[in-house]
Design a protein around this ligand. Structure first.
Ligand code: SAH
Ligand code: SF4
Ligand code: F3S
Length: 428
């Protein structure tokens, strides 16, 4: 069958879609990029906020008309929402033919050829696997994701991820090493290691800093990144490994969530602001010019205006290069959903806008500070605006454009920053 996968949510889902493609291709199916050609449309879904779920349900409702002209067409749902809701999804949206949870993707070929019923309960079994021995089918030519651990044990009180992704489990070092080496050898020189809580990686006595050091020796690898780190697992050893490994990029994504100790406690984040600020100091001392990005949330139950303002003050103090700002969304089954004092929706929205405005200003200033600096750009493509310009990323994860033609693509260029917007460095 010709299939297409539409992916929502985090990088883990992007990597899982590559895994699913690989499984389906091995079974004789063919990936297509034009939805009109597809005989199977698979939605890889996210449950982290209600909005993410509603959006994908809307997309499915929009596509099911295709069955009128093509009754053989199959529509499937995989990913976190499939895990969370299970086969009830087929009742909620009758256009859906099958639903497969996050760790049962090996069954997809049998579902597509109808040898396995989509009613099987095993399709949503508790997640526990690591998909050994499958090389992902990658479409990007320059950058690749490599999953190193799956699941999460942290149970932040607002978060659905531990319920849908199961407990933490890490892949063997040798498997990761082989996958990274093979990806870099075919030209994917910028590798991002993935895990819901990537820096808690642990396998056979190997911990995350050991993994970075081992991968750093791969000659064909140019750049190594990782997401997402939890502040509680950012050890001194990890910071010094980041500083000493030449391939590890000068960037960390370190979700803060809130800048108020009481909120952090209610969120079950297991660190306080002092600890977080201490980490930022250590990072900036060990790795000068490190870019720090974060996730922030407004409107967590009982958050007062002054607690919200505490977060704004911490943002001003740390000056993140970028922040993903979210409005709290109640997730059924989580501890925070049982809290009585929910913040009204319009107030959540107002706080979100204030936060986004502040961060936009800081990001703009951070980008302006780059003017005059020399940066290394891994050129990935032509610039969207002009065929005489190419674009790529700096080591510290900023988008950069510079003049050049196709011969620059896939290589490293040294460039000087001559101007900047709040999202792009303009280089020479
Ligand atoms: N494992 C990663 C990513 C989790 S989801 C981590 O721990 O950082 C990505 C982000 O979504 C979180 O950092 C958080 O800011 C946000 N998020 C999670 N649950 C949410 C909810 N119920 N409402 C709003 N934002 C949420
Ligand atoms: Fe969710 Fe917290 Fe786990 Fe991140 S660390 S996935 S926010 S429970
Ligand atoms: Fe969403 Fe699942 Fe990732 S809930 S954020 S796709 S782990």
């Amino acid at each position: 069958m010709k299939f297409i996968i539409e992916t929502y949510g985090c990088q883990m889902n992007v990597a899982d879609s590559e895994l699913v493609s690989s499984i389906l291709i091995s079974a004789g199916h063919t990936p297509v990029t034009d939805i009109d050609e597809a005989q199977a449309i698979i939605f890889n879904t996210c449950s982290v906020r209600d909005h993410a779920e509603q959006r994908v349900l809307g997309r499915i409702a929009n596509e099911k008309h295709r069955k009128n002209t093509d009754p053989e067409l199959k529509i499937g749902v995989i990913g976190c929402m499939a895990q969370r809701v299970g086969k009830r999804l087929m009742e909620i949206e009758p256009g859906i033919d099958f639903v497969v949870g996050v760790d049962q993707y090996q069954h997809l070929p049998s579902i597509l050829d109808d040898s396995l019923s989509s009613e099987e309960d095993t399709l949503y079994m508790d997640p526990s696997q690591i998909y050994p021995g499958i090389m992902p089918y990658r479409q990007d030519k320059n950058c690749g994701f490599v999953t190193v651990m799956r699941g999460c044990n942290n149970f932040c009180s607002y978060c659905i991820v531990p319920y849908v992704r199961g407990r933490e489990r890490s892949r063997p070092v040798d498997d990761i090493y082989t996958e990274v080496r093979r990806a870099t050898e075919v030209g994917l020189r910028d590798i991002t290691l993935l895990g819901q809580n990537v820096n808690s990686y642990q396998h056979d006595g190997y911990r995350f800093p050991d993994l970075l050091k081992k991968l750093n020796d791969i000659e064909s690898l140019w750049r190594l990144r990782f997401v997402t780190s939890h502040p509680k697992d950012l050890s001194d050893e990890l910071i010094s490994a980041m500083a000493s490994c030449t391939k590890v990029c000068e960037h960390i994504h370190l979700p803060l969530q809130a800048g108020d100790d009481q909120m952090l406690k209610k969120m079950n984040r297991s660190y306080d602001i002092d600890h977080y600020l201490g980490l930022i100091d250590k990072l900036r001392t060990a790795i000068p010019d490190i870019a720090i990005t974060t996730d922030l949330m407004v409107g967590f139950p009982s958050e007062t205006q002054s607690q919200f303002e505490n977060t704004l003050r911490v943002m001003e103090r740390i000056r993140f290069d970028y922040a993903f700002c979210f409005k709290y969304s109640e997730r059924e089954g989580t501890v925070a959903a049982t809290y009585k004092d929910q913040v009204p929706e319009n107030e959540r929205l107002r706080r979100l806008q204030t936060m986004i405005d502040l961060q936009r200003q800081i990001t703009f200033e951070k980008f302006q500070e780059q003017i005059g600096k020399n940066v290394e750009v891994y050129v990935e493509d032509f610039s969207r605006k002009s065929q005489d310009m190419v674009s790529g990323k700096t080591r510290d994860f900023k988008i950069a454009v510079l003049s050049g033609s196709s011969d620059k693509i896939g290589g490293l260029s040294m460039a000087k920053v001559i101007d900047a917007t709040a999202g792009t460095l303009i280089c020479e």
